[in-house]
Design a protein around this ligand. Structure first.
Ligand code: AMP
Ligand code: GLY
Length: 429
């Protein structure tokens, strides 16, 4: 089969890498791809975020059998509906189903309507009303932009003044444009954050192994949020908490989406805050996580093509997901200054040395190739993933890989996975 992957980050590199191990995959294409993906796939620069006509033309011309969508923007803009109307097979939720990620206002009202545990909230489009609400509520609060904002739309504040300032920037200064016409104001939840993923074809639901992202830029979870500075799997999730998440959150969400006539098919990513053994939803995403995918796929035994195809064909019940017992850790190497301003174009050295390590996998994100050399081209540059017999070993191996790579201004957290090792945190619930 010929397969196309949409996207060009570490998540898509991991997807292409896993697909390249499938006996059923004859050729992989990636739009737009990156310097790492081009080693295993034919990369093409075709518009993929809003206008999908060149993409479907390309799919027809190349006789591509199946398309897998990585990022949220094309999903929310209806890439799946566009392909399906043209009888082209694609993996991902429809435009309506993707509203769970595409509109925070929809997601919060939906959760309220279906009694799915989440932070207390209200919705505003008028700044004065928003400011009065902030004053009337307990601090701290989180201001969330309704629409997509490249992962930057949740402003976590500490004081009422900060919250009012954030609301002013979004509603008055319109720093997020149309995406910020409405905002959600919600209580800031305390606890431990985990990522929970399920695959569903609309009938059968299968969870992926647990994982935990590290969102803050600095060690000890300090500083501003990033797209994710590293991840590990499995996260210490008790069977009891796992059941609670399925029964109180995942199943009611999928049932509710059916009732709303937005049936969900694909991978559903639920960001959760766990406190005293109780999970609450922070966010829904209509896609795989980045960097969670980079620690999940190396643990998957199954043929990824078979799994994803079964979802688009409605027979996920025939798949028995099997996981390696090893743990995985991924450390993100970022450019100095990220998630703020950062410089690009720094020469990357040492990546080739990693080839000799069987259990270390570099997944490229902001990397470009020029005259045979690799240069940084983004904030998150490379994710170094390693498998180990347990979490401790996988952390050791990942940092062994990290030490081999260098570019000017390289920054990474030194504590990825550590929270999975601490005894006190050993059970999330
Ligand atoms: P989101 O934009 O909803 O994906 O949120 C991004 C990140 O902001 C989450 O991963 C959390 O770390 C943080 N966050 C969002 N909502 C809350 C909340 N209500 N309480 C605490 N942290 C939050
Ligand atoms: N891990 C964060 C995200 O994928 O949005």
């Amino acid at each position: 089969m010929k397969v196309l992957v949409i996207g060009g980050g570490g998540r898509e590199h991991a997807l292409c890498w896993k697909l390249s191990q499938s006996k059923k995959v004859e050729k992989i294409y990636c739009v737009p791809g990156n310097a790492g993906i081009e080693e295993i796939a034919q990369c093409e620069d075709i518009p993929y975020e809003e206008d999908f006509s060149s993409l479907t033309e390309f799919v027809r011309k190349e006789k591509i059998n199946f398309t897998i969508v990585g990022p949220e923007v094309p999903l929310v803009n209806g890439i799946v509906d566009f392909f399906q109307k043209r009888k082209l097979k694609i993996f991902g939720p429809s435009k309506k189903a993707s509203t769970l990620e595409g509109s925070k206002v929809f997601a919060k009202k939906f959760m309220e309507g279906y009694c799915i545990p989440t932070a207390k909230f209200d919705v505003f489009s008028d700044f004065d009303k928003a400011a009065r609400y902030i004053q009337s509520q307990e601090s701290p609060q989180v201001i969330k932009v309704d629409g997509l904002a490249a992962g930057k739309g949740s402003l976590v504040t500490n004081t009422k003044e900060e919250a009012i300032e954030a609301a002013r920037k979004v509603l008055k200064e319109k720093i997020f444009g149309k995406a910020g016409e409405k905002i959600v104001i919600e209580e800031k939840l305390k606890g431990k954050e985990i990522s929970f993923f399920v695959l569903t074809d609309g009938k059968t639901v299968k969870p992926l192994v647990s994982s935990q992202d590290h969102k803050s830029i600095y060690e000890g979870d300090k500083g501003p949020n990033t797209g994710g500075m590293g991840a590990y799997s499995p996260a210490p999730l008790s069977p009891f908490l796992y059941k609670k998440i399925m029964n109180k959150i995942i199943l009611p969400t999928l049932r509710g989406m059916k009732r709303e006539k937005k049936p969900y098919k694909g991978v559903l990513y639920v960001g959760l805050m766990i406190r005293n053994g109780e999970p609450k939803v922070l966010e829904f995403n209509a896609r795989f996580g980045d960097p969670e995918t980079q620690v999940t796929l190396p643990r998957l035994y199954n043929d990824l093509l078979e799994v994803l195809l079964s979802i688009s064909e409605g027979n996920l019940d025939r798949i028995n997901l099997r996981w390696r017992p090893q743990a995985a850790t991924c450390v993100i190497l970022a450019s100095k200054g990220y998630p703020g301003k950062y410089e690009k174009g720094k020469l990357i050295k040492g990546l080739k040395d990693l080839v000799k390590f069987k259990n270390i996998f570099p997944f490229y994100a902001g990397v470009k190739k020029e005259d045979g050399n690799l240069f940084t081209s983004g904030g998150r540059v490379i994710g170094i993933t390693a498998l180990g017999k347990d979490l401790k070993e996988s952390i050791l191996q990942a940092y062994r890989g990290v030490k081999k790579v260098h570019f000017e201004g390289i920054y990474y957290r030194g504590d990825i996975g550590k929270k999975g090792l601490t005894k006190k945190l050993n059970r999330l619930g």
